[in-house]
Design a protein around this ligand. Structure first.
Ligand code: NAP
Length: 277
């Protein structure tokens, strides 16, 4: 047996103690009886390059990358997937056997897979998608919505120029709407996505007017702490189909786990229960 017979993976961030990813990957390793481990790695920006170059020599097959390193990591790797280039950030590294480091972004995949699981009748071409927020998560959401066939994206953000920057990058399917008009934008949408951090426990409240929500609209919130956000509770009461944000976190981990440990894991109630503890 060689010293690297047990594949290791982990998540690099700062801070990192709050991350649910170790619980998720350890659950899957146990469930499928696989050799391996997954650890949280607290890494400062100035140490990032040295850490990612050293980990493969210690038996690591890859890592997840989280805040604040998702953009900076792109300058430190050998190969970047097309979708990570488009999004401008990576959340997954694969340490290849030839010594090269490959960066990918699976957030958009996780977003769409979660919608499809939580709202099986959801169709990306059913009507405009209204996206609130224009940060890193919005880039992943918009790129994946376009990829699966959404033809019109209404985008509203507190800082309009950040929304304009996304329109510049993603093209004519994106229409920027003033933040004060965000409530009206929701009325026209078949799909509503909150990608802002509004509504997160301990953070600023979600105050976008929601009177325009109609029965049948599919509404999802990337915030998953709390699981039932004000947006989701209001949408549910209005007869919308709601999908919480925890599933996106679970689904984005599927391709990486499969690549690192050789088994494609399921996302189901047992997975959610394991992660929620
Ligand atoms: P980010 O790049 O920092 O962007 C934050 C966004 O929230 C920006 O659009 C920002 O608007 C907006 N915002 C922040 N405070 C606001 C306020 N008081 N009023 C109005 N808008 C405000 O963060 P991110 O990486 O995109 O993440 C956004 C959220 O998604 C976080 O809560 C994160 O935890 C969550 N997320 C969840 C998943 C998942 O798997 N479920 C994955 C990724 C992210 P400005 O441009 O005006 O600053």
């Amino acid at each position: 047996m060689t010293q690297h017979d047990i594949p290791l993976a982990g998540v690099i961030g700062n801070p990192i103690a709050h991350s649910l990813s170790p619980r998720l990957h350890k659950h899957w390793l146990g469930r499928y009886g696989l050799k391996g481990d997954y650890v949280p790695l607290h890494v400062h920006e100035e140490d990032l390059e040295q850490v990612v170059r050293t980990l493969p020599r210690m038996g690591f097959v890859g890592v997840n990358i989280t805040i604040p390193h998702k953009v900076a990591i792109l300058d430190l790797v050998d190969h970047i997937s097309d979708r990570a280039i488009l999004i401008g950030a990576a959340n997954t590294l694969i340490f290849r056997k030839d010594g090269k480091i490959h960066a990918d972004n699976t957030d958009g995949y996780g977003f769409v897979s979660n919608l499809r699981q939580g709202a099986p009748d959801w169709r990306p071409d059913a009507g405009p998608a209204a996206v609130l927020g224009a940060g890193g998560a919005a880039r992943a959401v918009i790129s994946s919505l376009i990829e699966v066939g959404c033809t019109e994206i209404l985008l509203s953000n507190r800082t309009r120029q950040n929304a304009e920057a996304l329109k510049h990058d993603f093209g004519s399917k994106v229409h920027v709407v003033d933040w004060v008009q965000a409530g009206n934008m929701i009325e026209e949408a078949a799909t509503v996505v909150n990608t802002t951090s509004l509504g997160m426990t301990g953070g600023a409240e979600f105050r976008v007017p929601l009177d325009g929500l109609r029965p049948g609209t599919v509404v999802t919130d990337l915030v998953y702490n709390p699981l039932r956000t004000r947006l989701l509770l209001t949408a549910e009461a209005a007869g919308c189909t709601v999908v919480d944000g925890l599933g996106m976190l679970l689904h984005q981990a599927v391709p990486a786990f499969e690549r690192w440990f050789g088994t494609r894991p399921a996302v189901d109630e047992a997975t959610r229960a394991a992660v929620l503890g």
